[in-house]
Design a protein around this ligand. Structure first.
Ligand SMILES: *Cc1c(COP(=O)(O)O)cnc(C)c1O
Length: 419
């Protein structure tokens, strides 16, 4: 596990100034992760496209763009946000599933390349943009992932087009004069050894042989990072060597020697540069379980509840003189009215007091992006630790007015809202 990039002193400064819950991101870590992947295959025509659903903050996207990394969009809203961040149309790749023709047209009208995820969506695309360029999302027979909810290829997912339909794909392309410029896949999320990714890449390259003249082949994301204290890092050197070998073999018999090999990581780029800060409001014992009650409900960080995910916890002690060196086993819980609202289960941690700050590590990916207003809670603010070490607000905390912004209010209610 990497060292904390926030000191306790900084944690208290930040929580004093911006309150909690608070997401803090580290520009240095973000740039480092971008560079590692950008340089993964220096001897090949290789591009990285950041899967922005992991973290779509506009300032975050600007940094990624500055590191010469492209971007994947899953929805028109993501395209909108990415264009706002300054990504030109050539650097956005739209990989939706089950979209309406209006949503597909939104990308086509902006000259953004679309990946189709089924024969039915491919026909829709052909009708909307005959003669256009398109990418096809394949579904090889195996997937991977840290939880069944994030396995995105194989026999049990909704994604992609099965290999047995390659002839149908070609028929539809011919019917609408579509130019298939790329094929893509995404096996699933969070591999920590190269094997599953390399095996998946091999399968996709076999499919690619049936599509001469491709401009790119996109192997998807899923690059993992260690959430647990005792986990090792993904061996990028080994991954690089194995992919390089595979790509060299492929190029030997492929017609387009300039084909771009592409990856689309989300978590690897975003996770470790995010820390979520929350305040301890309550300590209690309930039938022999020690609970630490915080403002970190699952409206703020959903991963532990959604996937049983583990996030390492750091405790910043408000009063360091209150010396109680005993270790405790705590359940760290939030303020949402559901018993499943547990951010960390049965954790052995130093003695915790009210007003201590809980720092939830590796919260930069699928953290804020999955936050909600459940229980009419406000989404937190987001702060960036710049390279200089200065902190800058990049999204303000929501207000009660934000909560009712979309309701259709009568005059009396509108006056109350302003009051
Ligand atoms: C979510 C997603 C990714 C990124 O997954 P990570 O595990 O965050 O790297 C890549 N491609 C597609 C199509 C996705 O849906």
């Amino acid at each position: 596990m990497e060292e904390m990039w926030l000191t306790d002193e900084e944690i208290f400064e930040l929580t004093e100034q911006f309150g909690t819950p608070l997401y803090v991101y580290d520009e240095k870590t973000l740039r480092k992760r971008c560079q590692e992947l950008h340089n993964l295959l220096p001897n090949k025509n290789f591009r990285v496209s950041y899967s922005a659903k992991a973290n779509s903050n506009v300032e975050f996207l600007k940094i990624v763009k500055d590191e010469d990394i492209d971007v994947d969009a899953m929805s028109p809203g993501e395209i909108y946000t990415q264009q706002l961040a300054g990504f030109p149309k050539e650097r956005i790749f739209f990989i939706p599933n089950n979209v309406s023709s209006e949503e597909m047209k939104y990308a086509i009208d902006r000259g953004i390349l679309v990946s189709v995820d089924s024969l039915s969506q491919m026909k829709m695309y052909g009708q909307l943009n005959p003669g256009g360029k398109v990418a096809v999302r394949c579904n090889p027979s195996t997937g991977t992932g840290h939880h069944e909810k994030v396995v995105t290829a194989g026999k049990k997912t909704k994604f992609g087009i099965q290999t047995k339909y390659v002839d149908d794909v070609k028929k539809i392309a011919a019917e609408y004069k579509l130019n298939i410029v790329g094929i893509n896949q995404h096996l699933g999320s969070l591999f920590l050894t190269p094997e599953p990714y390399v095996a998946g890449a091999k399968e996709l390259l076999d499919i690619a042989k049936q599509f001469p003249g491709l401009k790119f082949i996109d192997f998807g994301g899923g690059f993992g990072m260690p959430y647990k204290e005792n986990e090792g890092r993904l061996d990028l050197k080994k991954l690089s060597a194995e992919l390089d070998k595979l790509f060299t073999e492929f190029l030997a018999d492929y017609d387009n020697k300039n084909v771009i090999f592409q990856a689309e990581p989300g978590r690897y780029i975003a996770a470790e540069c995010g820390i979520l800060l929350g305040t301890v409001h309550t300590i209690k014992d309930n039938y022999d379980t020690e609970y630490v009650g915080t403002d970190l409900g699952f409206n703020v960080l959903k991963r532990p509840v959604m996937y049983d995910s583990y996030h390492s916890i750091h405790v910043a002690k408000k009063d360091t003189k209150a010396k109680d060196n005993t270790k405790h086993t705590y359940n760290i819980v939030g303020n949402i009215c559901e018993s499943g609202d547990i951010i960390a289960k049965q954790r052995e941690l130093p003695h915790i007091d009210e007003n201590d700050i809980i720092a939830v590590r590796d919260a930069g990916a699928y953290g804020f992006a999955m936050s909600s207003n459940y229980n009419c809670r406000l989404r937190p603010a987001e702060v960036l630790k710049e390279l200089s070490g200065a902190f800058r607000l990049i999204r303000r905390r929501e207000t009660f007015e934000d909560l009712v912004e979309c309701y259709v209010l009568d005059t009396e209610q509108k006056n109350k809202k302003r009051a």
